[in-house]
Ligand binder design. Sequence first.
Ligand code: FAD
Length: 493
Amino acid sequence: MQADTIIVGGGLGGLAAAIRLQAAGRRVRLLEKNDRVGGKMNIVQDAGFTFDTGPSLFTMPWVVRELWAAAGRSADDVLEIVPVDPVCRYTWPDGTRWDHRSALPDLIAEINKLSPPDAVNFFRFMAFAGRIYAATAEPFLLSPFRGWRDFVTPRFVRDAPALDPLHTVDQAVRRHFRSPYLRQVFNRYATYNGSSPYRAPATFCIIPYIEFAEGGWYLKGGMYSLARELLRLAESLGVEIETSAEVVEVCVRGGAAHGVRLAQGRELAAERVIVNVDALHGLRHLVAPEHRRAWTDRRIDRFEPSCSGFVLLLGIDRDYPELAHHNIFFSPDYPAEFRAIFDLQVPAPDPTIYVAATVRSDPQHAPENGMNLFVLVNAPATSERFQWEREAGGYRDLIVRLLERRGLPNLSQHIRYEQTITPADFGNRYRAWRGALYGPSSNQALSAFLRPPIVSPDVRRLYFVGGATHPGGGIPLVLLSGKAVAEEIGREN
Ligand SMILES: Cc1cc2nc3c(=O)[nH]c(=O)nc-3n(C[C@H](O)[C@H](O)[C@H](O)COP(=O)(O)OP(=O)(O)OC[C@H]3O[C@@H](n4cnc5c(N)ncnc54)[C@H](O)[C@@H]3O)c2cc1C
């Protein structure tokens, strides 16, 4: 039977939308350009090492469970969702170390070690950020957001001051914490959606609130198990999935989407099309100019991309006992790092470095006594100002040297396997707009509300799903965008 809905892209958003729609009785066909689904959530297995190449931690695990429940199944039957403790280990250039512990008494003990007055300040911060969560979760995160009219209700007017959009994340964090170390920890959460804490509105203090209140989670076996199990679930429901199938155009007739054309010239018809490709790329490259308003192009040009990432996969033949599952090695000058990324649009010369070693939770991810280091550095979206093709090798050497200085001595001598992934690679592999990992940045006061909408403004029966649209990037939000788009289609007449 012919599909009534075509989904372009098998990232987490596309898979979530496919599952929800098929479970609701639609007939869905999903087309993915690469040879496997998952998009930015991906995996490399080589030389005895296993690496997740995208997300390494997630929050709001109930969003995953809710998705399986929508299909009448239980996520816990197929996924082992485990808390990580410490959620993250932070190290500063002066040797100071701090663990974000998951149990409250342990966390408070850790805060007391650094700065006793900040123990009570932590609760004040959580109360402040909790009010933002209470005001935004239902109308913004958990509902299809079609525009301001959905949000500007009497309740919103009452709650608006709590969102604190006129201050930055950094200003809110400074207001609450005395310790410069804790300020840097709480500022870091702005990078969870690829933004700068010195520019993103304080509203995004909701991100640390969620992680401190609900914990940081991992999937036993590796994060890629989520993509693998979403694929299985979708197939078991009857979604038709085709990989190595690149769509080059959304076909439009009479102002409505009626199918797609593939790279090989094949055309497939459907009653509606959902684009899971990064919305900014999809709007410009998959919808022919005659079907887009000039206003749409002007708007795309105005979006500032979120940051991208420079990734090293390092398989090493020794253990560094000081490494936890998740580790951050902070830079000495955090503001300078974000100036480099967003103002100068070049990689920071002395950046914060994130290192995940899933071998701590999954010993089979590296040979005995070895480690699988996933090294991630925030990097600018691609532009003419920096040529990764030419500069990646030099930046790789810099990062390895910095890691040796900051706590992993002689690292370079222990590398047995390595691979580099640059922002340009993220653009080429997944068609991420300018290699940005989270779509548009959230660096302006109202940017969360101005993201490309899930319903196309130009073409009827054309929808967008995924991290570049509403409500934003990151695993739980992308899965929620799948829910929002399915609900929106449920309202179609
Ligand atoms: C290095 C890295 C670290 C991250 N860390 C975290 C983390 O720790 N926690 C977290 O929650 N999130 C993290 N994220 C973000 C998270 O991975 C993304 O928000 C999420 O996976 C995006 O899913 P998506 O559905 O928006 O689309 P994508 O993953 O971008 O999928 C889009 C899909 O469309 C396909 N496609 C593109 N063009 C076409 C075409 N023309 N035809 C057919 N198919 C096409 C692509 O190949 C891709 O599979 C990270 C991302 C990266 C890259």
